[in-house]
Design a protein around this ligand. Structure first.
Ligand SMILES: [Ca+2]
Ligand SMILES: [Ca+2]
Ligand SMILES: [Ca+2]
Ligand SMILES: [Ca+2]
Length: 371
């Protein structure tokens, strides 16, 4: 009985199972039919183009590709781009409603020969199955765009006809291959090919760099070059060194001068209160000058006076000289602001008779007669 039961179960079970399979097969056939319809409309990729290869030699400095995707009956298709041949997408492009796409691969590629692979991909709306006709390839050579180095023109340090420069200000014009590219000027002061100073152009490319404090006085040869950097490779671009030779001299400064010297002598040359007054004039900008007073003719100052901002000075010499005939000498001293050299007006003499204001009769009065 048991075995009959197993037999019947087996027979009818198989039948039920077969009926189910038949129904399932019919549904699957419909799906397969539908998927074939869609598969027949697998997205296609066409018109693959190197956007920036106008001369058609396969060499580009901007690796931008374009193409056209026909999504067929799929709602949507995208483009997978494999740049390293491992059949795995590294970049993805998305077509516009007309199916056109462009993709700049600058950041995905190094320079050199390239073969990239692209494919259009869509998905079956019912099964999610990936629909693609497979990879298409595109080969080209990605090379950095040649960039001309920056140039310098009109270089000058302001030398006169004899090559003498008092204030060495380097001027010139810096021109870059592409206006607006960043560039600067290196200045080598000692011929070791290493920049010691730098100049930066204004928006018009003009440079102006005061080298007064970078150079010592005397014959100088400085070298100057423009430097920029390749926007794609970072390579240094330079037009090489240009030399400028000149004689850097300190600006001549006139020594200070004295005027209006007086010790308050009357018409007879008599002085009762010897106060030296006068005025010093100096051409040194913000120049400091002082007055030396030699009262004993040994060329060594014994007293000093310091002018006010207008140059006027005043010094009481009562304690520096004795009564009687006197000759004092006065000079102004300043220092060259660049060289520190001492600049002097030279000595001016004043002779006078310094007399006491005390009544001589009182002076002769015997001490023992005083109260
Ligand atoms: Ca080309
Ligand atoms: Ca890849
Ligand atoms: Ca140097
Ligand atoms: Ca003296």
């Amino acid at each position: 009985m048991k075995s009959l039961s197993r037999f019947l179960c087996a027979v009818f079970g198989q039948r039920r199972s077969s009926r189910r399979r038949r129904r399932t097969s019919a549904a699957l056939a419909a799906e397969v039919l539908e998927s074939r319809v869609l598969l027949s409309a697998t997205p296609t990729l066409s018109s693959l183009t190197l956007v920036h290869d106008g001369d058609g030699d396969g060499v580009v400095s901007i690796p931008e590709v374009s193409g056209v995707v026909d999504a067929g009956e799929s709602d949507y298709a995208m483009v997978e781009i494999d740049v390293d041949g491992d059949q795995m997408a590294d970049s993805w492009a998305y077509p516009d409603p007309a199916g056109l796409f462009t993709q700049d691969l600058s950041s995905d590629l190094g320079f050199g020969p390239q073969t990239i692979h692209l494919r259009a991909v869509a998905w079956h709306p019912q099964t999610g199955e990936e629909l693609t006709e497979g990879w298409s390839s595109l080969s080209f050579d990605y090379q950095a765009a040649p960039v001309a180095p920056p140039t310098l023109s009109g270089l000058s340090v302001g030398a006169d006809g004899n090559g003498v420069v008092l204030t060495p200000v380097l001027t010139g014009t810096l021109t870059t291959a592409t206006p607006g590219d960043y560039a600067m000027v290196e200045i080598d002061l000692d011929g070791d090919d290493m920049a010691d100073a730098w100049a930066y152009p204004d928006s018009g490319g003009l440079i102006s760099q005061d080298l007064s404090s970078d150079l010592s006085f005397g014959e100088q040869t400085i070298r100057v070059r423009a430097v920029a950097w390749h926007p794609q490779t970072g390579e240094e671009l330079t037009d090489g060194w240009s030399s400028l030779s000149f004689d850097y001299q300190a600006t001549p400064v006139a020594p200070p001068t004295l005027s209006d010297l007086s010790v308050g002598a009357d018409a007879a040359g008599v002085v009762l209160a010897p106060v030296l007054t006068g005025r010093v004039t100096t051409s040194i900008p913000d120049g400091y000058a002082m007055i030396e007073i030699d009262v004993d003719g040994d060329d060594v100052a014994d007293a000093w006076a310091y002018p006010d901002p207008t140059g006027w000075f005043e010094q009481d010499l009562s304690w520096d000289i004795g009564f009687g005939a006197q000759t004092i000498r006065v000079r102004a001293v300043a220092w060259h602001p660049q060289t520190g050299e001492v600049l002097t007006s030279g000595w001016s003499s004043l002779s006078f008779d310094y007399q006491s204001t005390v009544d001589p009769s009182l002076e002769e009065f015997p001490a023992e007669d005083l109260p």
